[in-house]
Ligand binder design. Structure first.
Ligand code: MG
Length: 398
């Protein structure tokens, strides 16, 4: 008989006052359900969004489909945001896992939206179970960034899916076989942004007996690395409990129960084809040979490039509402741009809004990063204000 031993930890981190992360650690109606949600939104709106998501999932019946509950959470967040101006634009990520299956074939079902993650540690190897719904992850999939570049990228927090963003939300779900000895982890980006996967793996393997010690070690590592964001970690160990063992602490260990197979819980991995690759072009090229073929292909590739760029530009990006302004340099002058600081196949995903007249040499070295890293601002006014602050301060005249 398999059983679960689990522990969850959340910490506001070292920079933020509020903790906008929320978690569920087996205390819902379905005791095998574990969830992490990372709220987005000004003031306390992010906190509200992530706790609405957890409240909805807390009430999920053991046999009810997980994806419908996540879609219900999406509707509830939208409804709450409609009723209160302060909550407008709030949203949250979610990653949820539920254990079940049969005694012979135990499984875990993992559903997620956004960039909160699930991992499996098996035989000392850490494997990601989720793919982030983020701009940098899309750029990695399209081959424009490497995974290593993505983890260092200044815009790595731009997510392309969230609960509370749109009327319908697309949820990714995977169902995987599990076995005794597996350790499953859920975390918010406050961990994955601050601590490398190699370090996460080594911390998880160095405390094999205690999910509590493992969860605390991961949170401590994120804080040591700067704790720039709220950090949440849930660790669940799958154990073989066929021999009478010492009585576990109450509420720490739970027996597994079969998941009733549901239409919506069918094992699948949703493949997104956001760039319109596939059939469209295959029939577009008329039969041609030699030079003609090359010319036709050239036209086709250019047409495809335009489709790609339009698709990426239209891709919704959620980041504290929608931040779309940044500063850059053009001909040695600071320029305010609208859009995103990327080019795909030579097409810029942004346009010039205003030239500031500020020369590169006049930038205060301390603020140089804001220009080089293309820090995003939610409004043109804020980008303009940031540009004004870049100037080396003249000594005050009295
Ligand atoms: Mg976060």
């Amino acid at each position: 008989m398999l059983s679960l031993k689990h522990h969850g930890v959340t910490d506001p981190g070292k920079v933020r006052k509020n903790n906008e992360d929320s978690l569920l650690v087996g205390e819902g109606r379905d005791a095998s359900l574990f969830v992490v949600a990372d709220g987005i939104g000004g003031f306390e709106a992010g906190e509200v969004a992530s706790s609405i998501a957890i409240d909805v999932l807390k009430d999920v019946e053991p046999a009810a489909p997980l994806e419908s509950a996540i879609r219900e959470a999406n509707r509830r967040i939208l409804a709450a945001a409609r009723g209160d101006e302060k909550l407008a634009n709030m949203g949250t990520t979610i990653v949820a896992m539920r254990f079940g299956g049969t005694e012979e074939e135990p499984v875990v079902e993992v559903s997620h939206v956004g960039d909160s993650r699930a991992y499996l540690l098996r035989d000392g190897d850490l494997r990601p179970l989720t793919e982030d719904h983020s701009l940098v992850a899309e750029l990695v999939r399209s081959g424009d960034l490497t995974r290593a570049q993505a983890s260092e990228h200044p815009q790595k927090n731009l997510i392309t899916r969230a609960l509370g963003a749109e009327k319908e939300v697309e949820v990714d779900t995977a169902v995987l076989p599990i076995q005794a000895g597996d350790r499953l982890i859920l975390c918010s980006d406050g961990l994955s942004d601050m601590v490398t996967e190699a370090r996460i793996q080594s911390l998880l393997t160095s405390s094999p007996e205690s999910p509590e010690r493992a969860a605390r070690a991961l949170v401590a590592a994120a804080l040591d690395a700067g704790g720039a964001d709220n950090v949440t970690v849930v660790v669940v160990d799958v154990r073989e409990e066929d021999l009478p063992v010492e009585e576990p602490r109450r509420g720490d260990t739970r027996e597994m129960r079969a998941i009733v197979p549901q239409e919506t819980g069918v094992p699948r991995r949703q493949e997104r084809t956001p760039y319109g690759r596939g059939g469209r072009g295959r029939h577009a090229a008329p039969p041609a040979k030699g030079k003609d073929l090359r010319r036709t292909l050239g036209t086709f590739i250019r047409a495809l490039a335009v489709v790609l760029v339009l698709a990426v530009a239209a891709m919704p990006v959620y980041f504290w509402g929608s931040s779309r302004y940044f500063l850059g340099l053009d001909g040695g002058e600071v320029v305010v741009y609208r859009g995103l600081p990327y080019a795909l196949l030579g097409y810029e995903l942004n346009q010039e809004v205003r030239r500031t007249g500020l020369e590169e040499s006049e930038i205060e070295p301390h603020y140089r990063d804001q220009v080089d890293n293309h820090k995003l601002y939610p409004s043109e006014d804020q980008a303009e204000a940031a540009a004004r602050d870049l100037r080396v301060q003249e000594p005050m005249q009295r």
